[in-house]
Design a protein around this ligand. Structure first.
Ligand SMILES: *Cc1c(COP(=O)(O)O)cnc(C)c1O
Length: 385
């Protein structure tokens, strides 16, 4: 069986976690701040707030940006549900932007049209969440320009994209956004088992996110609203927060994984190039790479040219799986999930998202894929098509 994604764990990772297990602190010790420092300096950004998942990071990011009841938050129609749920957690309404059929990121043209309409209806979004689909950055400068015109905040869901670049700068630098979020789930580029991080250049947003990740509590005297009387045990709850903290065990794994990040992305790039080259004569569309993006290739997605194939999308998908190639589909348009359909979204809401959904297949892609695996996947695909 060849899965679509898989972590790589080395002896170094195991040693690093074991060292924490034998130390004084399993959580809230020195390792989480060290991991934050490593990721923020890699990303060339000022502040990093580590949490127990990217979903939590998206939630505290929305809270820090002031998302609440009565607000609108927009994201891509093709993404994981967490990109939309974070707005719902805050009581806001969520809406979806159709994708560009070349990059699979949300379309800048669709966004612009939607913004112009929303302005007339006085329903402009407070926050827009671009998703760097498959690890390939959105055109952030174009989105930033629209944010200047329409006054929304930008929260990048870079769950797929640590190690990727936008115009030669690391994704996560937040040059054109308020906050960027990474995921460290095992199928993503590097892992902490479960884990996520929110990055920002704003001291204010960083402080708010630090509060929200830990019950809204501070023990820093300068943040306290009532003057403490010098007691060592003094802490104050200033906001309603959560327990979204990352543990030192998870951070220790993240630190050794970070040392291999660039190597992983190079390997993913290599595998993607092999696929693109060796599948080019088949009736399918391989990923398009715009000039501005260096993809971390979390996913390698093909689209079937169904009018040139005698089989259906489902048949191709099932045949590959029955041969032990555990292809996947990223993603069902979020608004077609039963939970969102109950909010009134219908089949066909985003034309390109529907088309993508009817043709896309994610091929296996992870650093541990061997040349033999690649030969097998490519020859099987040829015979199935
Ligand atoms: C994986 C993923 C998330 C959620 O990440 P977790 O760390 O599992 O919470 C959010 N958004 C996108 C686009 C993802 O792929």
């Amino acid at each position: 069986m060849i899965p679509y994604g898989r972590q790589e764990i080395t002896q170094e990772d195991i040693d690093s976690v074991e060292k924490v297990l034998r130390s004084d602190f399993l959580t809230q010790g020195p390792v989480v701040p060290k991991f934050e420092e490593i990721v923020s300096s890699y990303s060339n950004v000022k502040y990093a707030v580590a949490v127990n998942s990217a979903t939590s990071a998206l939630h505290i990011a929305c809270m820090a940006l002031g998302v609440g009841p009565g607000d609108f938050v927009w994201t891509s129609s093709i993404t994981f549900v967490a990109s939309a749920n974070c707005a719902l957690y805050c009581g806001a309404k969520v809406d979806f932007i159709d994708i560009d059929i070349g990059t699979y990121n949300f379309s800048i043209n669709s966004l612009e049209e939607k913004l112009a309409k929303a302005k007339l209806q006085k329903k402009l979004p407070k926050v827009i969440i671009p998703v760097h689909m498959a690890g390939q950055s959105c055109d952030m400068e174009a989105i930033y320009k629209l944010s200047q015109k329409y006054g929304f905040k930008i929260l990048e869901d870079a769950s797929h994209a640590i190690g990727g670049k936008y115009n030669n700068e690391p994704v996560g630098k937040c040059s054109f956004s308020d906050i960027t979020v990474f995921s460290f789930h095992p199928v993503k580029i590097i892992t902490t088992a479960e884990g996520g991080m929110a990055l920002t250049n704003s001291a204010y947003l960083a402080k708010r996110m630090q509060l929200f990740r830990s019950h809204g509590i501070t023990n820093k005297e300068e943040y306290m609203q009532v003057k403490p009387e010098g007691e060592l045990w003094n802490y104050q709850q200033l906001e309603l927060g959560y327990n979204y903290r990352m543990t030192d065990l998870h951070a220790a794994l993240g630190i050794t994984q970070m040392q291999r990040l660039d190597k992983y992305v190079l390997k993913r790039q290599y595998i993607a190039k092999q696929y693109s080259k060796r599948l080019s004569s088949l009736p399918l569309i391989t990923p398009h790479e715009p000039q501005y993006a260096y993809s971390s290739y979390h996913l390698y997605i093909i689209r079937l040219k169904l009018d040139e194939i005698k089989k259906s999308h489902k048949e191709v998908y099932n045949e590959l799986r029955s041969m032990g190639i555990l292809v996947n589909l990223h993603y069902i348009p979020v608004y077609r999930q039963p939970y969102f359909e109950k909010m009134g979204y219908n089949v066909g809401y985003c034309k390109n998202a529907e088309r993508f959904f009817s043709e896309a297949i994610s091929l296996p892609l992870y650093p541990g894929i061997t040349e033999n695996n690649l030969d097998f996947i490519i020859s099987t695909l040829k015979s199935v098509l």
